[in-house]
Design a binder for this molecule. Structure first.
Ligand SMILES: [Zn+2]
Ligand SMILES: [Zn+2]
Length: 259
């Protein structure tokens, strides 16, 4: 820990991003310094869940949701599975925290986990060929929580990797709010109307690999809509998300296999 980090830790004692207990010096100083020892263990075991499609652990799996396949995404990298309909799993609590509070510590820690994938993508494509962006949150959601967690993650990833981040999309203020109860076709249509490529970004993304960042992917409809805009502008895209929902929805997401 640097001197300024120590002073900050004295003034604002760091708490576990999952269970909210105060962290010990030892816990706060570790590389996963956002979680207490007990939660860190649970998180690590969540990262070792297996993908039923490729057999890899979730933090190595690149499998796509059906909607992302249709949008011709190259890969979807994630750290953990979100357990649908539950509050208590550590990964659900962490996602809840970054969605609803401006928690720099948690975001930085998650970015450091996802950065491995980013570094690999850059080494494959070469310097200057990769750009970071994010699925922007709606205005109301941003006002309610005071944060756009996908943007915060993308910015933290950019700081760690040196890869530039651009605000490539804006939301159409007249688009309907996406509803989880919609049918697949409806969901795709709503997502399509929700995002617009900012006109000045067309040239910038053309010919690049754009890494699209979000906090959680359920069906992948929003990411797919953004990805289609990227492909239309001559870019390819890779998706990077903290979590992918384990729900077996009508689009066929990822039911993880317990060890
Ligand atoms: Zn904890
Ligand atoms: Zn997989």
């Amino acid at each position: 820990m640097s001197a300024s980090d120590r002073i900050r830790a004295l003034l604002f004692p760091p708490k576990c991003s999952s269970c909210k207990t105060l962290l010990s010096w030892y816990e706060a100083g570790r590389s996963n310094g956002a979680l207490c020892g007990a939660c860190a263990e649970k998180w690590e075991s969540a990262q070792r869940e297996l993908c039923i499609f490729c057999g890899e652990t979730v933090n190595r799996c690149a499998c796509l949701t059906e909607e992302l396949k249709h949008a011709r995404a190259e890969a979807l990298y994630k750290a953990v599975y979100y357990v649908h309909g539950k509050r208590d799993p550590v990964q659900n609590r962490v996602i809840f925290q970054i969605k609803n509070t401006r928690s720099t510590r948690t975001v930085q820690w998650l970015a450091s986990l996802l950065c491995v994938h980013l570094e690999r993508i850059r080494s494959e494509r070469g310097d200057g060929a990769v750009l970071l962006t994010f699925v922007p949150r709606g205005k109301q959601a941003k006002l309610d929580s005071g944060t756009d967690q996908a943007e915060a993650l993308a910015r933290a990833l950019s700081k760690l990797s040196g890869i530039p981040v651009r605000k490539v999309f804006q939301r159409n203020p007249h688009a309907k709010r996406p509803q989880k109860t919609l049918s697949q076709t409806e969901r795709i249509r709503v997502a399509k109307e929700t995002f617009v490529l900012r006109p000045e970004m067309g040239k910038e993304v053309c010919g690049k690999t754009v890494v699209l960042v979000d906090d959680i992917v359920t069906t992948g409809a929003s990411m797919a809509a953004c990805g289609r805009l990227l492909r239309g502008a001559g870019a390819s895209f890779v998706c990077l998300s903290v979590a992918v929902s384990d729900v077996i929805c009508d689009t066929g997401a990822f039911p993880p296999k317990k060890k």
